[in-house]
Ligand binder design. Structure first.
Ligand SMILES: Nc1nc2c(ncn2[C@@H]2O[C@H](COP(=O)(O)OP(=O)(O)OP(=O)(O)O)[C@@H](O)[C@H]2O)c(=O)[nH]1
Ligand SMILES: [Mg+2]
Length: 362
């Protein structure tokens, strides 16, 4: 899962990236316009507790990759080049860091601090990138349709009509993710990797002095900007980076002194999972306790396929228990005795927090 960090110049992208990756990033050395890449384990208290309970020797968290793009997201004029856009298009979701911190020493590209204006501006930049991509696709498709035989133009013509509609929507400032599309139309455009079609997490980078009010600020921004596939988080990136350098105990103490809510970074990770439509299921046994990301609405068979293709192929049935129920019972045996360990088939829809044990033969 790749999350691309974007935003205007000097909004705190790299600061957030360093806080998230705790300095363990694999900074790209290819060239200055390449993003730095860092892998982050998604903290999950449920997994930690289950792993202790069942004596797992190894604990494996879900991992996401963050890509820190240098400089401004300025698609028009100079700024973002084709390589930048191509890398951005590969991301599964975008994290937009918007500056709300005041700091005279750091210049703002627009000359003043106004996060609402900047959110709107970056939205326009993304829409602009999509318009260009749609135009290119339209141009190619028109040639194809013209040279196709009369009976074979239908699909192309339907796609051209869709492209015209999408462009009109974008020109009206409606992001693709917010446009009303039939499921087969969504499928048609899923291969285009359009930027305003990607899930978005807006991270409001608040001033150090406002760190105690992040909850309030988050609400204020969410009221205005939260939408389907758009989540809002607020944090102070600078403080989060400082906290990330401390031991866990010191960080807890420091947070208390600052009146800072626990885990601003965790919130970003949780929002990212949510905005991607992912839920978490677990497999826990003696060798390993592991959390897995799964698209919401997936079946037990699809979950098994995540673990191993052989397990999906030889799927017999799944034993399923909720994480809290398993913790309360204290063991699989007790869960079975209390009839909380259910037997489910291939078509069972996996729920967030399910602990799965798949029985299979190969
Ligand atoms: N006071 C304050 N300063 C911050 C905060 N976040 C970032 N800064 C400062 O803003 C400056 C720019 O931060 P970066 O993280 O490098 O910003 P960036 O978006 O990666 O910048 P570019 O990659 O050059 O576009 C640095 O001097 C940071 O210390 C914050 O929350 N509070
Ligand atoms: Mg940077």
């Amino acid at each position: 899962m790749d999350l691309g960090i974007i935003g205007l110049a000097q909004s705190g992208k790299t600061t957030l990236f360093e806080a998230l990756t705790r300095g363990h990033a694999h900074t790209a050395s290819f060239g200055s316009m390449e993003p730095s890449v860092g892998v982050v384990k998604v903290p999950d208290d449920r997994l930690d507790r289950l792993s202790v309970l069942l004596h797992a020797k190894k604990v494996t968290h879900i991992e996401v990759r963050f890509l820190d793009f240098p400089g401004s997201l300025a698609l028009r004029g100079e700024g973002a080049g084709p390589a930048y856009l191509a890398a951005l298009a590969q991301c599964d979701a975008l994290v937009h860091v918007v500056r709300a911190f005041r700091n005279e020493a750091v210049a703002h590209p627009e000359g003043s601090v106004d996060p609402h204006r900047d959110i709107a501006e970056v939205d326009v930049e993304l829409a602009f990138g999509d318009l260009a991509a749609l135009e290119r696709r339209q141009g190619r498709l028109e040639i194809e349709v013209r040279s196709a035989r009369a009976g074979e133009r239908d699909a192309g013509e339907r796609e051209l009509a869709l492209l015209a509609r999408l462009r009109a929507g974008l020109e009206n400032e409606t992001a693709l993710r917010a446009q009303e599309l039939a499921p087969e139309e969504r499928r048609m455009i899923s291969g285009y990797q359009l930027l305003t079609n990607k899930p978005l997490v807006i991270v409001v980078n608040v001033d150090d002095a406002d760190a105690g009010r992040v909850g309030e600020i988050e609400q204020e921004f969410a009221q205005r900007w939260a939408a389907p596939n758009v989540e809002v988080a607020a944090l102070c990136a600078k403080l989060e980076r400082e906290l990330a350098e401390l031991s866990d105990e010191d960080a807890v103490e420091f947070r208390r002194e600052l009146g800072l809510a626990a885990g601003g970074l965790d919130t970003v990770l949780q929002h990212s999972q949510r905005v991607l439509g992912l839920l978490t299921f677990f497999t826990v046994g003696e060798p390993e306790g592991r959390a897995w990301a799964l698209t919401a609405g997936s079946t037990a068979l699809e979950a098994a396929g995540k673990i191993h293709s052989d397990i999906a192929r030889g799927f017999i049935r799944a034993e399923v228990v909720g994480w809290q129920e398993l913790l309360d019972c204290g063991s699989y045996a007790e869960a079975r005795k209390r009839a909380l360990l259910r037997t489910e088939g291939k078509q069972y829809i996996v729920q967030d927090g399910d602990v799965l044990h798949v029985l299979f033969n190969v």
